[in-house]
Design a protein around this ligand. Structure first.
Ligand code: 0O2
Length: 270
């Protein structure tokens, strides 16, 4: 196939990856803004290189006419979670969406690969709008924990180094490391709820502080400066005490004050 044709073929896949990265990133941000724990820790994506597509076609005897149907991971998105429980949560979030449709699921968590590879793969249908109209294409979404990702990326590099033929003694080490990763994920699950609570509290604090600072800034414009400096000092005192309840109360009081000031300024301007 000519280089130009490869470019044309890959372009909608690049578009799909770019759109999906934004969508999953937004999903993470939405959780944060609503003070909810996000099962998504980070997202990355890539389109397969021409060399890698050709390699797969050769390995699986795929003719050019079947390329897009049979090479399911031309577009790939990887979602990294903190905990193994989050993987299923992300899978559910994806299944509920109307902008993608799960075509198949490969569960390498329940059925770990012989190499020791663990991850959940969803092949989804996703439609991109192009200048020639809508194009429905397949995207492979890999969902795994940070620990699983550490193992997979390391093993992937070794596969590259040894051209897919990793020596037995290295394989054994990788297999033991994969077992250790499984134990690590189990151990982390034991403290999941505590870590989740801590992260939610920290997010609540961040959002409260953001709101408080915005209100203080507005009061500066409308109110007695000396009064506002007192409020600001009080905020610093509460902030350094790390008492979330006190911060909540202060936020509420300030909200009422800001509302009052706004009403007053409307009264004056009328
Ligand atoms: P890359 O470089 O990640 O783009 P296969 O028959 O195994 O070649 P298949 O049936 O198309 O592949 O799908 P499968 O097994 O679900 O694998 C698709 C992708 O999952 C792989 O892409 C890897 O990213 C990852 N993967 C699968 N098995 C392993 C493994 O044992 N180790 C690691 N590190 N990753 C794995 P590609 O095609 O390898 O290419």
């Amino acid at each position: 196939m000519e280089i130009q044709l490869w470019k044309e073929l890959l372009h909608p896949y690049e578009q799909a990856v770019s759109e999906l990265l934004t969508k999953f990133q937004n999903l993470k941000e939405e959780h944060k803004k609503r003070n909810l724990y996000s099962p998504i820790e980070s997202v990355s994506g890539r389109t397969k290189t021409v060399a890698s597509i050709l390699e797969k076609m050769q390995k699986k005897n795929i003719p050019f006419e079947h390329l897009e149907a049979e090479v399911e991971d031309i577009a790939g998105v990887r979602i990294i979670c903190q905990f193994q429980e989050d993987i299923e949560k992300v899978s559910q979030l994806i299944s509920q969406r109307t902008d993608m449709e799960v075509r198949s699921r490969k569960d390498y968590l329940a059925n770990q690969k012989k190499s020791g590879y663990r991850s959940l793969h969803l092949i989804v249908w996703y439609t991109v709008e192009t200048i020639s109209g809508p194009k429905k294409l397949q995207v492979e979404i890999q969902i795994r924990t940070m620990a699983m990702n550490f193992w997979a990326t390391t093993e992937h590099s070794l596969q590259y180094k040894y051209k897919g033929d990793i020596p037995e003694h290295v394989r054994e080490k990788l297999s033991r490391a994969s077992d250790a990763i499984e134990i690590l994920d189990e151990e982390m699950s034991q403290v999941r709820s505590e870590i989740m609570d801590a992260q939610i509290d920290s997010q609540i604090e961040t959002n409260l502080v953001k709101d408080i600072l915005r209100n203080i800034e507005n009061l500066y414009r409308m109110d007695n400066r000396r009064e506002v400096i007192k409020i600001q000092d009080e905020f610093y005192r509460i902030f350094s005490s790390h008492n979330l309840e006190e911060l909540r109360r202060f936020h509420k009081q300030l909200d009422i004050m800001a509302e009052g000031s706004r009403a007053q300024s409307v009264d004056i301007s009328v």
